[in-house]
Write a protein that binds this ligand. Structure first.
Ligand SMILES: Cc1cc2nc3c(=O)[nH]c(=O)nc-3n(C[C@H](O)[C@H](O)[C@H](O)COP(=O)(O)OP(=O)(O)OC[C@H]3O[C@@H](n4cnc5c(N)ncnc54)[C@H](O)[C@@H]3O)c2cc1C
Length: 570
């Protein structure tokens, strides 16, 4: 396909368009249909509906206050402590208040089975950084349970599913009112325009622009990049969480895959290559149960100080619980390690910090509104809930809580908005940008550029940052951005992985630039953002969050805003 004639592009009209089919996307669909069954809902999903994204990868579980001895105030305190008080406290409060309701809904309406204790109550396990054992789970495959049941629910409510279709750009009318978005069917290579009264963006963020990374491959920051191009403000983009225990398996796709937090909760030890339990040096009180940022930095420091394994890792060991017990409690992780020739049940396994979760994202309010009328954002694409560091178990809670709320908001507001006429110039520009790599006669393939991007981010804007490294990283991103604008992929348009990679690369570069820009601004260390040249947390100067925005002419502005302690003071 060369050139797209906008007049020939098929148009799909729908009341509510949900972009992404992870926990946030599917909970949103269910809530729209429950509140307003007459509304027509369409899902646009880059991967298989309900089987793509990270919610299905959730191993450890879901934080919710269920025990009378626990309290939402305590959950809020843990969430804000973990987030180093950078959180939007109203979003965090919404999360902890709604989480128990969502667990109830998942069990009674969606049909999930969570593990139960002998007394019949839902079993809740320990997770790092929490003062109460409040993590609901189904073995160590909680995400499969939730997403499998949510997928089943789709056969009941029957949304229009556009699978293997990637959203490209938000589109407004000539007056700037949101009308819908442009999209691309990856199987046929055909362009598509979707018009909607309400658009919900839930593409799951991205921490995939790093050499070692945990999230699903199809997540490349598309939703955040789309909102950025549309001029929406982003917050906390420097706050990218590294999980301390990602598998190391050479060139295998298993490299980066997470060995979950529950292991450390259950008593796993971390050793360096000398056999020292090195957490003693970094957090002697909490040891392995310290928060992710501390444990990741500890592992990274050990590796950089030459106390790592020959292949650049450290070791996690839980075999002292006994092989049978480890197999019973962590079947998914045992299987995963055996696939790469190691065995969690019987001995230590080599791990490294792995890029895991993006706390930053689009500014929203508790009902998922953004600055743009008709546009809602939910799940990992939104910023603010977790502040500088997400607690294990608060991620799937966020996606399902805010996905539900986005659905309620969409149902309530859809009838107040009509269908608009897309600005033809925007539509043409979006498709021209997307089809350009396919139409160029010569140029680099995108794959080596993606690798260079991941290396540049790993080295310059990773677990430990400093001014010189960030500047070098930005220079690399500048160069890669220029080269990526000239990539060329051979045809045809159908099922063309190189073309999809080129589009992924552009979005990853876009998001990576905002991560570096925000990391340069924050001259202190807080949570996941550690500056070796500013190693202390500086509350006097930096009890503020960074907001970035792109103007229509492409220029970028930034400002910092004071965190409002509406619920709790540090
Ligand atoms: C390995 C791993 C383990 C985790 N374990 C836990 C845990 O134990 N507890 C916890 O609380 N959190 C955990 N998390 C975090 C948790 O998975 C996320 O916080 C949450 O699930 C994100 O949900 P989401 O709905 O926002 O996105 P996702 O579930 O990631 O879904 C994103 C969806 O967007 C689609 N998409 C992407 N781009 C486009 C596009 N351009 N157009 C259309 N569709 C698009 C994808 O196909 C996918 O359907 C884990 C994450 C990882 C990576």
């Amino acid at each position: 396909m060369t050139g797209v004639d906008v007049a020939d592009v098929p148009v799909v009209d729908t009341d509510v368009l949900v972009v992404g089919s992870g926990g946030a996307g599917l909970m949103c669909v269910l809530h729209v249909k429950a509140a307003a069954p007459e509304l027509d809902v369409t899902i646009v999903s880059k991967g298989a509906v309900g089987r793509s994204g990270c919610t299905r990868m959730v191993q450890g579980g879901f934080n919710a206050v269920l025990d009378p001895a626990d309290s939402v105030d305590l959950h809020l305190r843990d969430t804000l402590d973990g987030g180093r008080f950078l959180n939007d406290q109203e979003l965090a409060h919404t999360l902890v208040t709604d989480a128990p309701k969502v667990i109830h809904e998942l069990e009674t309406r969606v049909g999930c089975f969570f593990d139960r204790s002998e007394d019949g109550r839902i079993h809740q396990k320990a997770f790092a950084g929490q003062q109460f054992d409040r993590t609901v789970h189904r073995g160590d495959l909680t995400g499969i349970e939730i997403m499998g049941r949510l997928r089943d629910q789709m056969f009941r409510v029957l949304p229009n599913e556009l699978e293997d279709v990637r959203a490209l750009d938000l589109v407004t009318d000539v007056h700037g009112e949101l009308v819908g978005l442009t999209a691309l069917d990856a199987r046929t290579g055909r362009a598509l325009l979707v018009r909607a009264r309400i658009v919900v963006v839930a593409t799951g963020g991205a921490a995939t622009m790093y050499r070692i990374a945990a999230p699903a491959k199809e997540k490349t920051g598309d939703g955040v990049a789309m909102c950025w191009r549309a001029g929406l403000p982003l917050r906390d983009m420097e706050m990218l969480q590294f999980h301390p225990t990602g598998l190391l398996a050479a060139e295998s796709r298993m490299t980066g895959a997470v060995l979950e937090e529950g292991l450390r909760g259950a008593g796993a030890y971390l050793y360096n290559a000398r056999g020292e339990r090195y957490m003693e040096r970094y957090d002697a009180a909490r040891m392995e149960r310290s928060t992710r940022d501390v444990v990741s930095r500890a592992g990274y420091s050990e590796i950089m100080a030459g106390r790592g394994t020959p292949t650049g890792g450290v070791l996690i060991d839980i075999s002292h619980l006994g092989a049978g017990e480890v197999e019973r409690r962590f079947p998914g992780m045992v299987a995963r390690t055996r696939q790469i020739g190691q065995d969690l049940a019987t001995g230590p396994v080599e791990v490294s910090p792995t890029a895991h979760f993006h706390m930053g994202g689009v500014l929203i309010d508790p009902d998922c509104h953004t600055e743009m009328r008709g546009l809602l954002v939910a799940g990992e694409d939104a910023g603010g809930t977790h502040g500088a560091n997400r607690l294990g178990g608060n991620g799937v809670a966020e996606s399902t809580v805010f996905g539900s709320r986005a659905g309620d908001t969409a149902a309530a507001e859809a009838s107040s908005r009509g269908f608009g006429e897309p600005d033809p110039e925007q539509v043409a520009a979006s498709f021209a940008r997307a089809y350009a790599p396919l139409e160029r006669d010569a140029g680099e393939l995108p794959f080596p550029l993606t690798r260079e991007l991941k290396d540049a981010m790993w080295v310059g804007c990773g677990v430990v940052r400093d001014r010189a490294g960030l500047e070098e990283c930005l220079a690399s991103l500048d160069e890669l951005t220029e080269r990526s604008a000239q990539v060329s992929v051979p045809g045809p348009a159908q099922v063309n992985y190189a073309w999809q990679e080129a589009l992924d690369l552009e979005n990853q570069l876009t998001v990576a630039r905002t991560v570096v820009a925000a990391a340069q601004l924050r001259e202190e260390s807080r949570g996941a953002h550690y500056r070796a040249d500013f190693p202390e947390q500086d509350d006097a100067a930096w009890s503020r969050y960074v907001v970035l925005r792109r103007a229509a002419d492409g220029s970028v502005s930034s400002d910092t805003r004071p965190v409002e302690h509406t619920r709790l003071a540090p």
